[in-house]
Write a new protein. Structure first.
Length: 72
């Protein structure tokens, strides 16, 4: 069984941490992350609007929610 080279493992880990930090600070990545945040917020707002419209439409069209004794 081969032995684990801890010095090599530590070096690779340190290099990967540095690379991840450089990627995280890359202007293109920062810009894309900001755009995703904005788009996600808009998607949640749009989704909420859709849910409200579906509920409203359901109430308008459902025979169970219509009042009895009206001229419909």
């Amino acid at each position: 069984m081969s032995r684990l080279d801890l010095a090599q493992l530590a070096l690779v880990a340190a290099q990967n941490i540095q690379t991840a930090d450089k990627v995280r600070r890359d202007p293109a990545v920062v810009k894309a992350a900001k755009q995703l945040k904005e788009d996600s917020a808009q998607a949640f707002r749009s989704g909420g609007s859709l849910v409200r419209e579906v509920q409203s439409s359901w109430r308008r069209h459902s025979p169970l929610t219509k009042e009895t004794g009206t001229d419909e």
